[in-house]
Design a protein around this ligand. Structure first.
Ligand code: FAD
Length: 490
């Protein structure tokens, strides 16, 4: 430890990555301060300690997704013999849901704060910026400033949603920063953007009973396997979610009745259109929060709004690091930020040399019918290995529990992308269906351990589950055989 500085590590940003690194560093004997500060969204939403995931990301999203699922389950339960008087009349209560979600978030904020105190991480509720490479200024809510010096600095400031540069966007639009605490029913909603956040929001809103439309600039789920993205989109259309393809918004105007008139242009046909919505939610991507950091005075290099770092999450200034969403070109996922933060603390304070492995990280899209994947998409595998060198095993399947309520099985599909030769090392797994994340987590460990098709197909399944379908993938795309099963157990 170097007592020339106030702290061995100052972390700017108390979200998933920053908190994980701060806590691990303290456990390894370092003196650590963690700054966290949330600027209210343009619509006025603000929240407590813990970052995006806890407050306006994964957690409230999953809870609203679950709320939507439960509504569906009530209807299904009737087919299973539950006696529900007038099931067609059930409806959700938005304000009650928001209250329950926000109560949970507040309890997590509280526990996080207590945890930092117990672990002896100094928490500073201030906006951090660099005065020089070893000095960070914390600007408090009341305008006062506190200067602290650090041997090492971690930048873990994450990002915030972008708005389209059109009239009315910031005044009348909301984003994922606002939807989970919205103090009125969202009503008829236009979601602008078809990345995973846009699709998830449209999915739970529709599930809760609201009219939902997704405006798509070019493709759905751009970062994902495009066959699977198409299946997800089709499964959403089947549930009544509307899509406006190749469409860009032009303006949002507030009408006298308070509703929002959105005008748009179809970039393919040039055709103009408009409709009136109660809520317009922008989900067109997120920008890194580098602006407030005064990075110039620390000499840290950035690209656009992201921080450039090497494989050790080290910036061009050797004692300044970055983890999580603020990193250029890395996966924007909570467990990625957490793992990278922890490993960094171990390298800094316990002599570890282990680097974060960003390959084969599994992820899930929590659309009404969920999608989870690990490893390569088919497009990337084709590009990397060539068509002659990969084999794609695929199949539709019928979840047992879908039969009685006669739920659509049309989009329950999975595929494994593997090397074509030898034991056929698995390069990617993709699954659309119930509890996708739960299904994929274990397979992700297997892929990390070098799973081959030989091992996968010699794994005895757990029956009747949907995960077992991975052990029964016998049809290859190359064979041209029909991948549709006759029954659930064929
Ligand atoms: C709607 C939504 C759903 C998501 N769902 C999932 C999911 O299902 N699974 C998943 O893995 N990931 C999900 N994510 C992504 C996940 O939330 C992020 O990857 C994760 O939170 C990144 O952690 P981080 O530590 O990099 O930044 P954050 O968690 O964003 O934390 C950064 C913190 O730093 C603060 N800060 C910023 N600038 C300063 C400053 N100058 N001084 C002090 N504090 C500052 C911020 O206010 C924030 O509190 C979702 C994100 C969104 C928006």
């Amino acid at each position: 430890m170097n007592y020339e500085y106030d702290y061995d590590l100052v972390v700017i940003g108390g979200g998933s990555g920053g908190l994980a690194c701060a806590k691990e560093a303290v456990a390894l004997g370092a003196r650590v301060a963690c700054l966290d500060y949330v600027k209210p969204s343009p619509a006025g939403s603000k929240w407590g300690l813990g970052g995006t995931c806890v407050n306006v990301g994964c957690i409230p999203k999953k809870l609203m997704h679950q709320a939507a699922h439960l509504g569906e389950a009530v209807h299904e339960s009737v087919a299973y013999g539950w006696q529900i008087p007038e099931p067609e009349k059930i409806s959700s209560n938005w304000n009650k849901l928001v209250q329950a979600v926000q109560n949970h978030i507040k309890s997590v904020n509280w526990v996080t704060r207590v945890d930092l105190r117990d672990k002896k991480v100094e928490y500073i509720n201030g906006l951090g910026y660099f005065k020089d490479p070893h000095t960070v200024i914390a600007k408090m809510k009341n305008g006062t400033e506190r200067s602290i010096t650090a041997q090492n600095v971690l930048i873990a400031v994450g990002g915030r949603p972008r708005y389209s540069p059109i009239p009315g966007a910031v005044e009348y639009g909301i984003t994922s920063d606002d939807i989970f605490s919205l103090d009125r029913e969202p009503g008829k909603t236009l979601v602008i953007g078809a990345g995973y956040i846009g699709l998830e929001c449209a999915g739970f809103l529709k599930g809760l009973g609201y009219d939902a439309t997704v405006m798509v600039r070019s493709v759905v789920l751009r970062e994902f396997d495009q066959q699977m993205a198409g299946i997800i989109k089709d499964s959403m259309v089947e549930r009544g979610i509307k899509f406006l393809f190749t469409t860009l918004p032009n303006s949002i105007e507030k009408q006298n009745d308070g509703r929002l008139k959105v005008r748009w242009t179809n970039s393919n046909t040039g055709e103009e259109g408009s409709d009136v919505f109660d809520t317009v939610l922008f989900a067109i991507g997120r920008k890194g929060l580098v602006e407030d950091l005064n990075l110039g005075s620390a000499g840290v290099e950035i690209k656009n709004d992201k921080i450039l770092a090497n494989d050790a999450e080290q910036t061009n200034v050797p004692h300044i690091y970055a983890v999580g969403d603020i990193l250029q070109g890395k996966l924007e996922l909570t467990p990625v930020a957490i793992h990278a933060g922890r490993l960094l603390a171990r390298r800094l304070f316990s002599g570890s040399t282990q680097l974060m492995d960003y390959a084969n990280v599994a992820t899930t899209v929590f659309t009404p019918l969920e999608y989870s994947c690990v490893g390569l998409s088919e497009e990337v595998a084709l590009q990397k290995y060539g068509e002659d060198n990969i084999e794609v095993f695929h199949g539709f399947y019928k979840p047992t529990e879908f039969f009685i309520p006669q739920k659509s099985v049309r989009y329950c599909y999975l595929k494994a992308i593997a090397e074509r030769s030898g034991d056929q090392k698995v390069l990617g797994l993709h699954y659309v269906g119930p509890v996708a994340g739960e299904v994929m987590q274990g397979f992700a460990a297997a892929v990390k351990a070098g799973l081959t098709m030989k091992i996968l197909l010699n794994t005895v399944g757990i029956h009747p589950t949907t995960a077992e379908e991975f052990t029964r993938l016998s049809i290859t795309k190359r064979s041209g055989l029909d991948p549709t099963p006759a029954t659930c157990c064929s």
